[in-house]
Design a protein. Sequence first.
Length: 304
Amino acid sequence: MAKRRRGRDVNGILLLDKEGGLTSNGALQQAKRLFAAAKAGHTGSLDPLATGVLPLCFGEATKISQFLLDADKQYRVTARLGQRTDTADSEGAVIEERPVPEIVAADFDASLDQFRGTIEQLPPMYSALKHKGTPLYKLARAGEEVERKRRRISIYHLELLSLEPDAFTLEVHCSKGTYIRTLVDDIGELLGCGAHVTALRRTRAGCFGEEDCVDMETLAARKEDGGFEAVDELLVPVDAAVQELPEVVLPAATAIWIRRGQPVIARHLPTEGLVRLYEEKEFIGIGSILDDGRVAPRRLIAGN
């Protein structure tokens, strides 16, 4: 006998403004309960200390969550100079203190040039990356440190917003896989005094900005006042996450073959890359252009 699925079939993306002190998975589980959703997933962890944009995918939207995981991110981060911590943020234990030199804004900004563009970054031990199946942060809490490989990342924009005698605030636009805590720690080492994150806010994830988001308190209030209908109205369509991809509209007679997993010939296709596929006006998934000019299904979305 087939196992009965628990929860509602909810499809769409919730743009959550995560509060501080809450893990990304904790935020996901709270939202999932509010929606009574059968299936949900988040799109990349934010540190408990961090706030801001955390897209949550429900139902069929989980099939395109990888596109949000791979998307560029933007942050606003404030750091304290003169102290290093074992987690590189204020939630960790202080492991080193050094005097802070006098730094003028122009010199500080010039030092940031070393972190602009494509650089290599060593992932921190306090991270969700895994070593032989175990998250690094669990090993770190047990007092273990393992070898990690440097990873290539891109810092597209790095701007000094403010500088105080013992603190600074930056705006960062970066590629996936960038650890802002590590960036701050590396900047502190370059300056010779150490630094750690005291406040971190993600202001954009892919095409979604903080202005698009709703916080958990507002979400809960809407649920109490208007039930599922009120919270369902906050979900954005699945295809909103991939609007940067070219659109390909297929007639029903062609779309049926795509739904069956077959490549098809279509009009007005780009020459390469990924595309958004529609059957008339209904989004049916992601396709990829083959070498022979046909479009093949890459990730299909179930119909309503």
